[in-house]
Design a protein around this ligand. Structure first.
Ligand code: FES
Length: 135
């Protein structure tokens, strides 16, 4: 291997070879991990697909938090945290105005989460990328 030549026993001495036993372990771990990740992703994505019509918005689950999801007419999703930065209430989609309104003290945000009216003085927070949480 060091000389770059082929040798019949080369694989036997390859330090990165996977033995049968460890291969089984490895496969099980991989499947397990993938299943969890898949599960987690699809739950949110299906919810998003079902609840948010084109040109509309809805609050959907996002891992352990909630996302304010607006979907434009092309079908692209725009997401931010649904938690009002004023005192933490969850905003609601306003169909008529196409805004996010906070039921607690009346703050309003445009469809992309930019603050329009106080008392909140900052935008809805951007949402983290999909990161699988541990169980
Ligand atoms: S918590 Fe939203 S306006 Fe106060």
């Amino acid at each position: 291997m060091i000389l770059g030549r082929e040798h019949a026993w080369a694989t036997l001495y390859n330090p990165s070879r996977v033995t049968l036993k460890s291969a089984k372990e490895f496969a099980r771990e991989t499947v397990n991990m993938a299943a969890q990740y898949f599960d987690w992703l699809t739950a949110d994505d299906v919810e998003k697909e079902n609840l948010v019509p084109r040109g509309g918005g809805a609050v959907v689950r996002h891992g352990l938090t909630k996302a304010a999801v607006f979907r434009d007419l092309d079908g692209t999703f725009h997401e931010c945290s649904a938690m009002c930065p004023h005192l933490g209430a969850v905003v609601c989609w306003n169909h008529a105005e196409k805004t996010w309104d906070c039921p607690a003290h009346g703050s309003r945000y445009d469809r992309y989460g930019k603050v329009l009216n106080g008392p909140a003085n900052s935008n809805l927070k951007p949402i983290d990328a999909h990161v699988p949480h541990s169980h």
